[in-house]
Write a protein that binds this ligand. Structure first.
Ligand code: GDP
Length: 308
């Protein structure tokens, strides 16, 4: 059973590494958000692609949810002394990947080919596809103006009020090589428990990708990143409200309603099943909080069962 997953970073990888363990690796394709990519210290950084890559390679710092386990930050300290911005933490080992990617991009390789090479070098057997080789940049509108996603997310710790979210360049971006085919020829599609606005939103903002989700014969299942009326982590709540969605699993389903078939909601949200059925979405009720590896595997198994 070929599974294609749409993913952001920290929430998505908990499910992805479990899926990677329980299904044949070559059956898994991940379409990764690149809307929060950035340039720092002259380097091209793709945070969600990297979090997924590190997780599948077994290199992720699981306590932080990003970066390389056991990394050190000597370069960052020196950069600070030199007056470079240090709000976005890049570890010393992590830096190797950014230097490598930047050098390949400068030699003319697109991000998709660079990502394929990195996955191959790190022994990853699943496919990781950046959503696009074209730049798409998520921006957050706040009372003081528009911020680049990482300025809002990391530098300002998600504190500013969110008025709107926008995906610059998405309207004219082409899907990355293999992305449309991965959606239209998959047996099943999983939308990871990721921020619907800032992680899945940029992927959906590329018109050909949303079209493919509408057209695909594959069943599409999403896992809610919202339990009760709060996100498990991060700014999904204020972003959903800014975009006019209910802050609930049903609100997440509304973001995906044009093409969603199955919604996985938490046991504690079981009463929302009655809101999903009338809009044609089959609810699956289970424990969705992944606080350890056993829970990640349990959720992945429930999802695979629900899709078989
Ligand atoms: P980001 O790029 O780091 O923001 O990564 P994601 O968008 O993939 O992950 C953030 C989202 O994951 C947040 O909206 C969280 O609510 C959600 N999330 C994190 N951990 C869990 C979990 O254990 N269960 C569920 N259901 N959602 C989670």
């Amino acid at each position: 059973m070929k599974i294609t997953a749409l993913a952001g970073g920290t929430g998505a990888v908990k499910l992805l590494r479990a899926l990677y363990q329980i299904i044949p690796a070559q059956d898994l394709t991940v379409i990764a958000n690149t809307g929060d990519d950035l340039q720092l210290w002259g380097l091209s950084i793709s945070p969600d692609v990297d979090t997924i890559t590190y997780a599948l390679a077994g290199l992720l710092d699981e306590a932080k949810g990003w970066g390389v386990q056991g990394d050190t930050f000597s370069c960052r300290a020196m950069m600070g002394k030199l007056g470079e911005p240090t709000f976005f933490a890049l570890g010393d080992r992590d830096l190797a990947l950014h230097v490598h990617r930047t050098s390949l991009l400068r030699s003319g390789d697109p991000l998709s080919r660079v990502t394929e090479r990195v996955c191959h070098s790190l022994g990853i057997k699943a496919r990781v596809l950046p959503m696009s080789d074209d730049p798409v940049r998520t921006r957050v509108q706040t009372p003081t103006g528009w911020l680049a996603f990482q300025e809002f997310f990391v530098r300002d710790r998600c504190e500013p009020e969110v008025l709107d979210v926008d995906y610059e360049g998405a309207g004219s971006a082409k899907p990355g090589p293999g992305v449309i085919e991965a959606i239209t020829s998959a047996d099943r599609i999983i939308i990871c428990p990721s921020n619907p606005i800032s992680s899945i939103g940029p992927i959906l903002a590329i018109p050909a990708i949303e079209r493919a989700l509408i057209d695909t014969p594959a069943r599409v299942l999403a896992v809610s990143p919202i339990i009760g009326s709060t996100p498990v982590s991060g700014p999904a709540g204020k972003m959903m409200v800014a975009r006019g969605y209910d802050l609930s699993a049903t609100g997440v389903a509304a973001v995906y309603s044009k093409w969603l078939d199955v919604m996985v909601i938490d046991d504690s949200d079981a009463d929302q099943a009655d809101d999903l059925r009338p809009i044609g979405i089959v609810p699956v009720i289970t424990e969705t909080l992944m606080t350890n590896r056993e829970r990640e595997i349990a959720l992945a198994k429930t999802i695979v069962r629900a899709l078989s």
